[in-house]
Design a binder for this molecule. Structure first.
Ligand SMILES: Nc1ncnc2c1ncn2[C@@H]1O[C@H](COP(=O)(O)OP(=O)(O)OP(=O)(O)O)[C@@H](O)[C@H]1O
Ligand SMILES: [Mg+2]
Length: 321
């Protein structure tokens, strides 16, 4: 089976200035620094990690919305060409993005039905009547009705708006949805509904998801595989149940122990020391060593590579067995 998406060594570096304004000097900020993964059709890769670790940057690199500093993206075996080229536009149809805030993603002045049809118009697909029929069918598949077609974004609930955003993402029949915190702006009671809708759409259309969320329980529920990022790199990747039940990387362990558990009292929480380091000043050796409870001398000197473990997961830690 050809992989739907292959990301190889993705990097995004920014040239910034560090220090006070008077004495600042140029520095490199490594937002994403060598991220690789493969996504099969119909599967979900969950991407987790603290704020600023490079999740959104990775998502934008995958879609070609940011230029790569290094690396390569292949879509069904074909290298993604330069953004803006004709072929990129064609391939881009197979990948759509769903952002966190549906209100920001929609135009308040335009009825939602027209916004759902818009991608078809842009790609000059179908007659106006066909576009309308398609939009109505898509609205139904995301759990909305025909009467929503003429409504405006402010006349809908948050959950309904996110369904409109999904409808618009789906109308070009993509193979991959990149979902960046798709539910975190929604009311808790609505989150599960939208997640269930995503799962139902995946089953029906064979969609693949790159699913970014701070909600580790949600990520565990929806993902076939999970990648944990720290300072622009993947530090652990593998089966969600194994990874969350028995994290192999000390960073994953700390993330997982911070998940609130209502039923199990007295569970020890590993609170991470300090804030994540600045991606301008990534520590030598293992980037996590300054916050790691088990770091040894080798961790300060030598950068651990992501390596396969006996159970199939991949871990970037010298001490993982
Ligand atoms: N245009 C830019 N110029 C300089 N630095 C940037 C730029 N965009 C992002 N960064 C930096 O890159 C790093 C990764 O940012 P990114 O938005 O990918 O994080 P994230 O994992 O999505 O965080 P969050 O969970 O808060 O959404 C951060 O340190 C951020 O400050
Ligand atoms: Mg982000």
């Amino acid at each position: 089976m050809t992989a739907l998406l292959e990301a190889e060594g993705l990097a995004r570096h920014y040239q910034v200035r560090k220090g006070s304004r008077l004495f600042s000097r140029p520095a490199t900020l490594r937002a994403v620094d060598g991220v690789s993964f493969t996504l099969q059709p119909g599967r979900t890769l969950g991407l987790v990690g603290e704020s600023g670790c490079g999740k959104t940057t990775t998502a934008k690199l995958v879609l070609g919305l940011l230029p790569l500093s290094a690396g390569e993206i292949r879509l069904q075996g074909e290298t993604l060409p330069k953004a803006g080229s004709t072929r990129w536009r064609e391939l881009r149809r197979t990948m759509q993005m769903v952002y966190q805030d549906p209100l920001a993603a929609l135009d308040r002045r335009i009825a939602v039905g027209r916004q759902v049809m818009e991608p078809l118009a842009i790609h000059t697909i179908g007659t106006p009547a066909e576009r309308r029929d398609k939009a109505l069918a898509i609205l139904e598949s995301v759990g909305l009705q025909a009467h929503h077609f003429a409504r405006y974004p402010h006349e809908l609930s948050g959950g309904q708006r996110q369904r409109i955003v999904l409808a618009r993402a789906l109308i070009l029949s993509p193979r991959l949805l990149v979902c960046d915190e798709p539910i975190s702006a929604l009311d808790v009671s609505i989150q599960a509904q939208v997640v269930n809708l995503l799962l139902a759409l995946q089953a029906k259309m064979g969609l693949a998801y790159l699913f970014i969320s701070h909600d580790l329980r949600m990520v565990r529920q929806v993902s076939h595989e999970v990648a944990v990022m720290y300072l622009g790199r993947i530090v652990e990747q593998g089966d969600p149940d194994r990874l969350f039940a028995a994290p192999a990387h000390p960073y994953t362990r700390a993330l997982v122990s911070a998940i609130p558990v209502a039923t199990r009292k007295g569970r020890q929480r590993l609170i991470l020391k300090g804030d994540p380091p600045n991606p301008i000043d990534v520590p030598s050796g293992c980037a996590f060593h300054e916050r790691c409870p088990i770091a040894v001398a080798r961790c300060r000197a030598e950068t651990p590579l992501l390596r396969p473990m006996a159970d199939g997961r991949h871990v970037a830690c010298h001490l993982a067995a």
